[in-house]
Write a protein that binds this ligand. Sequence first.
Ligand code: ARG
Length: 576
Amino acid sequence: MQLINQYINQVNQIIMDALKKLDITETDIITEIPPKRELGDLAYPLFKYAKTLKKSPVQIAEELKINIPVNGLIEKLESKGPYLNIFFNKNKVAQDLLTTIINQDIQFATSEPRNEKVVIEFSSPNTNKPLHLGHCRNNVLGDTVARLMKKIGYEVVKLNLVNDRGVHICRSMLAYDHFGNGATPQDTGKKSDHFVGDYYIKFTQEAEKNPELEKETQTMLQRWEEKDPEIRNLWKKMNHWTLEGLQETYKRMGIQFDEIQFESDTYLLGKDIIQQGLEKGVLYQKTDKSIWIDNEDVKLDKKILMRSDGTSIYITQDLGTAYKRYDKYQFSKMIYVVGSEQNYHFQTLFASLKKLGYDWVDHCYHLSYGMVNLKEGKMKSREGTVVDADNLMDTLYNLSKKIIKEKQPDWDDIEQEKVAEKVGMAALKYYLLNFSTTKDFLFIPEQSISFEGNTGPYLQYTCARLNSLLNKAGNYSKDPQYLKNYAFNFEEWQVISNLLEFEKVIEKAALTLSPIDICTYLYNLTKYFNKFYHDHPIATAKEENIRVVRLMISQAVHTVLKIGLSLMGIEALERM
Ligand code: ARG
């Protein structure tokens, strides 16, 4: 069990016993963690007993204080207005916590397996173009949520639903067919997804001059559905190019999937479900034979689920894949990481599944995220004004290389480049995660890469400094006895009590799907640590017990920083 939870349980019991002496039987006590350490480590609001006891909460706090012995875990009690505040015994906490973190190392804060499966669908690109900035946000959100869920004990399945069919895919195919002259990515030297994406842009340009082209894509799609070998070959060739290119981008970002689903395999799924729904009377058919659902009772609209000619639409496929995924995984949660422009789609999907009788839909969740843009303007991949993911990563790499070259002129090129790549990726990931998920924002490369402030590189830098501090100190005796009688100063205790919260922060970030909470936590921890480091000697402390305690604190911070960064897919660096 989490250390902090053990403490909370223990203190709750003590408080409940003390309440009993005042004739209050409490089973469901409220425990708060005060926003500031000066206010204590736990706080108990006492408003709700005022009426029964006919006393003010202040008075109740005073009486409880008298009844509770100060020993073991509790070092001090304080009544502050209507609250009873508890201060932990610092020596006990430090001893329990620091030795646990140091012993468990990066396994610290890993929960027991829960025997529950969570399916996380993310990325889900289309095969007519490379990834863009929006996908970067999607990828890091999905990947981080997956890591968080795994950390708190879920069995996680990471899933990518690749949209490889449809009229928009035919657009790049058609443009290549008309204007490609048999060129290949190999002979143009282009990254293969960019090669395909360029034909998507080409299509838009050409279709403006010649509207016939748009009609031709319809014919092409029909031929695709009829499995026309010529079209299928072209389709396979171009999809292969795109997927190969996308894979490189995923690899660079450190993103992997457990399963990749292709819409070409799944788009027909769902038709049976719809047919059954019609038979059960949950759906209705219009005279033109199209099939509909009426979701007006849940404040949505009437929605078409299958066209009059029996062809499927976007939602048809999603009904089928959801069903299939439940069948395969029996998930206890399924999370769709998809942009907020699809909010309505998912509301309709979930409402429809519910009406069709699939109660597991209550455990499906749309993790909806806002738009991200560069200052330069709105993204439109059709017009080629999109912020391309690969280019952006190159930009960040170049920016960070410049800084590294200045800071570490003595490193050889290979070392500089290796570190620059990792710093660039940290800048990207952290910046994208450090906004509330639903918010729209601008990505500012120069800000993301800064070595100061609330950025990925700053956290990496703190980690590297800690690494060198600990390295210089060498092998020190990690004797917990030193923690037993130590008098902690304010800065030391601020760091330790912050470390104590880490397990709770992870759990909450995972369950509320809020990676930003990890950013906020790590940034605060770093601030507290840097203050402590600035104000007090650590490895150079004169007295051995002080030196050891401070090194233990530093080592624990280093470990927690590494864990926190790794949850975001960011590599901690040994030096930078
Ligand atoms: N491929 C779609 C797009 O690019 C996103 C798919 C989202 N997932 C889903 N199950 N509908 O917009």
